[in-house]
Write a protein that binds this ligand. Structure first.
Ligand code: BQF
Length: 295
């Protein structure tokens, strides 16, 4: 088999158009524009790139955004006091603290400081807890975006064996929860991580393989079954002197060998990444409309 491409970039474009239309409708009925507050700590180059992608998307769909840059020497208390100010600001609908944070700050305690009604990343324990029990919540953007890909391409997950490689709070854990629980999803779900012995024993049995391990080329063609659907969440910078930036982006799958056996596969870049950003737009609109947590 030779895999067809799951064009995340295209699906994300359609979703942004929908959000843009909904924002217009929302403001035309007398409401102010939705507003996203981004907080960026330090000067991680990756983080700056991701924040630009997010604020550019905001501009495109008619969401107001502002980015507050704090030095990487900022104290835990200063950061949390800043978040509390935005919690109390009625003109701020969504608050996003760009991760990763500097080593001296505990990210979970920072996330818990965000008002869960403004937690458009969907990382607050209130949102994770409500997601886990099937209640309305802000879903983490990457897992939510992967479900949009399944939906667009009519990929059924019900009753399938889904194997999630990676168990982070941001992607792997919430994705596995949604795969096993979400209405119409109900996949039999295996979670693998860096202590999994004989990874291939699990990946070879996957009907749907989702990889968010942060390890370039971790999954090779020999590790997957003929016809598998592969979602590659990895975004790794690898040195490349052909490219003007000196690096290129590559996923957690060895694309050439895996795509020979898969039925569908997401590319990197242009696969899952753009959907993560599009779902952030959707969550910010939901926050502005108070759709999840009515007051
Ligand atoms: C694409 C992220 C690791 C650590 C922290 C489009 C994004 C990426 C790729 C993007 C990511 C990854 C984000 C593409 C946000 C996804 O065209 O392939 C968009 O902006 N992402 C982040 O905010 O923090 C990260 C990955």
């Amino acid at each position: 088999m030779s895999a067809s491409i799951l064009d995340g970039k295209m699906v994300a474009g359609l979703l942004r158009e929908n959000v843009s239309r909904d924002v217009k409708r929302w403001t035309e009925t007398g409401n102010r524009k939705p507003r996203l507050q981004v907080i960026l700590v330090g000067d991680n180059p990756g983080s700056h790139t991701y924040v630009s992608a997010k604020t550019k998307a905001c501009l495109e769909v008619g969401i107001d955004s502002d980015t507050l840059i704090l030095p990487d020497t900022v104290s835990d208390k200063e950061l949390k006091d800043t978040i509390r100010q935005f919690n109390n600001d009625d003109a701020t609908d969504g608050i996003l603290v760009q991760l990763p944070l500097p080593q001296h700050i505990d990210p979970m305690s920072v996330i818990e400081t965000i008002d869960h009604r403004k937690d458009v990343d969907g990382f607050h324990p209130m949102n994770i807890g409500r997601m886990t029990t099937g209640q309305p919540c802000f879903r983490p953007c990457t897992p939510a975006g992967i479900f949009e890909i399944f939906n667009y391409y009519s990929i059924q997950t019900k009753g399938k064996h889904a194997v999630m490689v990676g168990a982070s709070n941001i992607v792997g854990s919430p994705m596995a929860i949604l795969l096993s629980r979400e209405n119409d999803s109900k996949a039999t779900t295996t979670i693998c991580h860096k202590y999994t012995r004989d990874l291939t024993r699990h990946t070879i049995d996957a009907d749907i393989l989702i990889v968010a391990a942060g390890s370039p080329g971790l999954i090779t063609g020999q590790m997957v079954k003929e016809g598998v659907v592969v979602i590659d969440v990895g975004i790794n910078r690898v040195a490349d002197n052909q490219s003007e930036k000196g690096y290129r982006l590559t996923g957690d799958c060895e694309f050439d060998s895996v795509s020979k056996k898969a039925s569908w596969i997401t590319p990197v870049p242009g696969g899952v990444g753009p959907l993560t950003v599009a779902m952030l737009m959707k969550n910010t609109l939901l926050a502005a409309k108070k759709s999840i947590y009515p007051v």
